[in-house]
Design a protein around this ligand. Structure first.
Ligand code: NAP
Length: 300
């Protein structure tokens, strides 16, 4: 299967900004539908890449975006619901429409971004349940015409991420840092490895119909990650690990603040360790990159 052109839905986000250059360097042209294309003109600098106006997330509009593409990549995602947008709409209904539009457009290949611990029935949060439902329908409703592969990363780190950078910013606030869910476990995976997995799987028939967990080489608690960031930044930060009741209280308060920095649904997601059972990076022949190789450069 040769891929000349891919349409990357959700390509204007953190992962998309790393995936587009990876594909462009591999000679794959990218179409990136965007709600506000004027904000993302840097993506168009990549050879063969174009930004288009993303209208409604309906089958007809999506189909017109997919015309002339050999592959579709679905990176759409939200961490919190808003008045205008629910998990069901973005993770389930949009996924279903993307699949249908791909089928109608004659697209043969679809890569879908899920999340570690996504589970339609037993997911710890509404985020994880909706991610599981979207992933299931992608893998189960795909026909012989469209070959689907799904990816389930732990938290992803790298330039302009919203995880390491967020805690780095919080550290700049004077005084101790009260940390909810400090014992939550992650195996942070480097965005360059995630995009390498997408590129590797794109034309590899052995990945069709499969789902790959993606993890970095180290498992750390949230507190260890925050202390690691402080160490890299050369700061001494007093981290106060909040107990369960205080973590819930923080989620309840921050969940009603503008931008919802931390919600009860986020709290629920963190109750389950975000660690791999089988690391798909190994299965795909990719050596997982350690944070030591990347994070110091993010702050230099
Ligand atoms: N980052 C992580 O640590 C992580 C971990 C596990 C799984 N994932 C999954 O990986 C995927 C990419 O993550 P990311 O970190 O790149 O996310 P991100 O930076 O938040 O980007 C999300 C993308 O979805 C688009 N989007 C969100 N709501 C939309 C709506 N209502 N209509 C149209 N487009 C909408 C955004 O468009 P705008 O630019 O217009 O807002 C953006 O292109 C997501 O599916 C996420 O759930 C991420």
């Amino acid at each position: 299967m040769k891929i000349h052109k891919a349409c990357i839905i959700g390509g204007t986000g953190f992962v998309g900004h790393h995936l587009v250059p990876k594909f462009a360097n591999a000679g794959i042209e990218c179409r990136i539908p965007a709600r506000r294309p004027h904000r993302y003109t840097s993506l168009e600098v990549q050879p063969g890449c174009e930004l288009t106006m993303l209208g409604q997330l309906d089958v007809a509009s999506l189909k017109s975006q997919f015309d002339g593409c050999d592959a579709v990549i679905n990176l759409l995602g939200i961490l919190n619901e808003s008045n205008s947008c629910s998990f069901e709409e973005i993770h389930v209904e949009a996924a279903e429409k993307i699949l249908e539009a791909a089928q109608q457009s004659g697209v043969k290949r679809l890569l879908h971004m899920s999340a570690l611990n996504a589970d339609e029935t037993n997911g710890a949060s509404n985020y994880l349940k909706s991610k599981g439902k979207g992933e299931n329908l992608m893998l189960m409703q795909s026909s012989n015409d469209v070959k689907v592969t799904s990816f389930r990363p732990s938290v992803i780190f790298g330039g302009n991420d919203s995880f390491i950078n967020r805690f780095a910013q919080l550290m700049m606030i004077p005084g101790p840092l009260p940390l909810a869910c400090a014992g939550a476990k992650f195996s942070p995976v480097y965005v360059g490895d995630v995009t390498a997995a997408f590129l590797r799987a794109l034309t590899d028939a052995s990945t069709f119909g499969k789902s790959y967990e993606l993890c970095g080489p180290r498992t750390l608690t949230l507190q260890e990650i925050v202390e690691y960031i402080a160490h890299i930044k050369g700061m001494h930060k007093n981290v106060i690990a909040l107990g369960d009741a205080m973590s819930r209280l923080q989620a309840k308060i921050l969940g009603v603040m503008p931008g919802k920095p931390f919600t009860m649904d986020n709290y629920n997601s963190l109750q389950q360790p975000s660690v791999c059972t089988h690391n798909g990076l190994q299965q795909l022949g990719i050596t997982a990159t350690d944070m030591d190789a990347i994070v110091p450069r993010m702050f230099s």
